[in-house]
Design a protein. Structure first.
Length: 258
């Protein structure tokens, strides 16, 4: 199994420092939060993209994924969503990242309608993704937080460059057993995103193994050759402990659970 962490846990950290941190703590990859406030964003120039690639290659660390914020089931016209997907996918292609993360964002839309909208958009974007060697992964999140929710969409798309990202907290919040989540997502799964929290009422991030999420059960189902990424949501919880000092212990915990 290979391990990565998300830069959501180290908001704003320069690319060189992220790559060095991953290398020094034993992580093989990094999931880059792709947002205007971060060093890696959609408006990077060609030379800046090349510089990012060099930093990670020099550290011997892979760019696992770009974590974007496009909402593929959101109400409204397809045009802006498809444009955002195109830009995200092409950035991933330039950086050599095999995956991009997107959200459902269906809100209060009728479930069948939200599913259809998301499937249509993902199907269109998957063609571009295929041309640059990238898979678009729909995360178990917000309006589609369970594996069964996400599998309805990606199963309808039926394209190998449209897949799923299993965020184990959201399937847990959706009261879906890990075995059900895995069975639903495994035909489409890109990688697994882990975290830990104290309770359903307190989602402040904790060091792995110190909370209540069923990480052991989830990881026991994981592909032994696949990726697991620790998403520590420091960006949204300023009072949470700093991630760099937790990374080595988190990796040890993940390896013990696998």
């Amino acid at each position: 199994m290979k391990y990565a962490f998300s830069t959501l846990g180290v908001p704003g950290m320069p690319v060189a420092d992220v790559a060095a941190l991953a290398a020094s703590t034993g992580y093989q990859g990094v999931e880059l939060r792709t947002h205007p406030e971060e060093p890696v964003h959609l408006d990077l120039t060609t030379p800046e993209r090349s510089a990012v690639v060099r930093e990670f290659a020099g550290a011997g660390v892979e760019i696992l994924a770009l974590a974007g914020y496009t909402q593929v089931a959101a109400p409204g016209d397809d045009g802006p969503v498809l444009t955002a997907l195109d830009r995200l996918v092409r950035l991933a292609g330039d950086l050599g990242a095999p995956f991009v993360r997107v959200f459902p964002g269906g809100g209060d839309s009728d479930r069948a309608e939200a599913d259809a909208v998301a499937a249509r958009r993902l199907g269109a974007a998957a063609e571009t993704a295929a041309s640059v060697g990238v898979r678009i992964l729909l995360e178990t999140h917000d309006s589609h937080r369970t594996g069964q929710d996400v599998s309805r969409i990606v199963g309808t798309v039926g394209h190998k460059h449209a897949g799923a990202l299993w965020d184990v907290m959201h399937t847990w919040l959706g009261e879906e057993p890990p075995s059900t989540s895995h069975a639903s997502l495994s035909p489409y799964l890109g990688y697994i995103q882990v975290k830990d929290v104290a309770s359903r009422d307190d989602l402040t991030p904790l060091p792995l193994g110190e909370g209540v999420l069923p990480l052991g059960e989830c990881l026991s189902l994981a592909d032994p050759d696949g990726w697991v990424c620790w998403e520590y949501e420091k960006r949204w919880y300023e009072g949470a402990a700093e991630l760099p000092g937790l990374l080595a212990g988190g990796l040890a915990h993940l390896r013990a659970q696998a």
